[in-house]
Design a protein around this ligand. Sequence first.
Ligand SMILES: [Cu+2]
Length: 136
Amino acid sequence: MKRWRAAGLGGVRWAGLLASAVLAWACGEPESTSGGVKTATTPRVVHVVVGDSGYNPSQVKVLADEPIELIFRRTSDSACGKELVFPERKIVKQLPLNRDVSVQLMAKAEETIHFTCGMGMLKGSVVAVKALPEGA
Ligand SMILES: [Cu+2]
């Protein structure tokens, strides 16, 4: 919760800087063709643990138009987190304790897809980035 808030406020300025850097980079190179872009046919799997302190990781970085399978696993028996909601995608899932629940989606360029618990207390997001960090 605290981490989320810090990232949200302090992150704005950074996001602006980052966005202009990314734009400058993107303009020099058409992104439609090959050139190191993964052409994934099967979704890349990202595991998200739903624990006492929220989603881990709380931010999932993906490439635009990359099929992603998020596998949520709730490991905390507190009421929070039992329900998983993707408001923009109109997805609602129940998360049974210690069971994998799969959500498949694809982010568009520059898109941020939010996910929350049923009460909107836990927050996470799927963010489309131009390039994934090494080892992701
Ligand atoms: Cu909640």
